[in-house]
Design a binder for this molecule. Structure first.
Ligand SMILES: Cc1ncc(COP(=O)(O)O)c(C=O)c1O
Length: 418
């Protein structure tokens, strides 16, 4: 079908916030191709790190095809070899307190499952969630999230969610001399005694904000002291993004529940999971996780082969190395008068644009212009952040040094114009 016709049909019949200027035609490795053949270097891995093993990875494609030729569906209560293998693979990699997988199809659905599992397993029902958090678009996950632009006109949302500051150190509202006041706020809220769980993204997708390691350790202690479940939403950070298999390895902190999505199947199929303890699973009860599509066998085959590929090819370690190269190579652009901060770990980075380095006044306008210019030059990235002023970079974990270098050169060239 002609490019123009696809766009016309899309605009007429599909609800989207906005459309990218390219139309998916093909993709391979770290590249996406428009239907007219234009090549884009994919600095987003599809969407916030989703396509971790890269596009068109043969072992994943054939595992899915083999499963499809065997059986394409399994009834909810029917065990299958592929799902058992997947659950074993996941729980072998997650912290040893987490040994049972709840099944779902998306990150949002998995976060709704978190709400159910936590409430069923606690005498309390409230949640503490972070400022700027994103946990998805179902009513439950929206309630945990804090992106007002996606909440407009949808309420009332789930009651009982208290919001605390995320350790966004560049814009700390307390001081430049860190005394972790943000943790005092958490303690204060939890001591009120109504919270069953605290949920956070170990690295916030909105702006690629990475907390200090010490913060996470203390957060764990505060939750334990107050008998509150700590939930890591590892939809973005899971499966190697931070240069470790999971954020839990990076921070050396064990959560009580862990949410997996995106990188679980590298986007080859819709599948997600909440990994919980035996106790939480038992408390949820028999029908608490009935699902028609959750862990469909083809999706499970995609996830299982994806994990095998990731581990065999040491992609988390590769991401760590690539991240070091990226940090070193991009360091000079901090001199640009509009670059306020460059932050990240492994292969998740944010470049925050400001109008003025001293006042830190955010500039969504410049971020948007850079994003558009990069696209014109064949580099696909995104803008996000509390003020929509951060360039987001989350490439496939298989990206080569040369490809990273090429992308950074494009960003540098574009920045020179400002
Ligand atoms: C941290 C986090 N949690 C949950 C979600 C929602 O996942 P999904 O879009 O698969 O529903 C996202 C999506 O970007 C995410 O980044």
């Amino acid at each position: 079908m002609e490019r123009k016709k696809i766009i016309t049909l899309d605009r007429a019949h599909i609800r989207r916030k906005e459309s990218f200027p390219f139309v998916m035609g093909d993709a391979n490795g770290s590249f996406i191709y428009d239907v007219n053949g234009k090549q884009y270097l994919d600095f987003m891995a599809g969407l916030y790190g989703c396509v971790a093993v890269g596009w068109k990875e043969k072992s994943v494609v054939s595992a899915m095809s083999e499963q499809m030729n065997q059986f394409n569906f399994a009834p909810d209560r029917c065990p299958s070899e592929i799902c058992s293998k997947l659950a074993k693979a996941i729980t072998t990699l997650t912290p040893n307190n987490l040994s049972v997988c709840l099944r779902a199809t998306s990150g949002s659905e998995a976060n709704d499952l978190v709400i159910k599992a936590v409430r069923a397993s606690s005498t309390k029902s409230g949640f503490v969630a972070m400022r700027d958090a994103y946990h998805g678009q179902t009513i439950g996950s929206l309630s945990l999230g804090d992106k007002n632009s996606v909440k407009d006109r949808i309420g009332p949302l789930m009651p009982g969610v208290k919001r605390v500051e995320f350790p966004y150190c560049y814009r700390c509202k307390w001081s430049t001399n860190c005394s972790m006041q943000c943790l005092n706020q958490v303690s204060y809220v939890l001591e009120k005694g109504k919270s069953a769980a605290l949920i956070l993204e170990p690295v916030q997708g909105v702006g690629a904000v990475v907390p200090p390691k010490q913060y996470m350790k203390q957060l764990r202690s505060i939750c334990s002291e107050n008998n509150v479940y700590l939930v890591f939403d590892e939809v973005i950070t899971g499966f190697g993004r931070m240069g470790e298999l999971f954020a839990t390895n990076f921070f050396n902190v064990k959560p009580d529940l862990m949410v997996l999505g995106k990188g679980l199947s590298s986007g080859y199929a819709p599948i997600s999971s909440v990994v919980v303890s035996k106790k939480v699973s038992k408390d949820l009860g028999g029908s608490g996780n009935t699902t028609t599509f959750g862990w469909n066998p083809i999706c499970a085959a995609a996830a299982y082969s994806n994990i095998k590929f990731l581990v065999k090819n040491k992609l988390p370690q590769k991401a760590k190395k690539s991240g070091k190269f990226f940090k070193k190579r991009i360091a000079e652009i901090i001199e640009n008068k509009y670059v306020g901060e460059i932050r990240g770990e492994g292969l998740i980075f944010g470049i925050e644009l400001v109008k003025n380095k001293l006042t830190k006044k955010p500039s969504a306008d410049i971020a948007n212009k850079i994003y558009s210019e990069c696209l014109k030059k064949g580099l696909f990235l995104a803008t996000d952040g509390r003020f929509e002023n951060t360039l987001m970079i989350t490439p496939p974990l298989i990206i080569t040094k040369d490809e990273l270098d090429k992308g950074i050169s494009i960003i540098e060239d574009v920045l020179k114009k400002f």
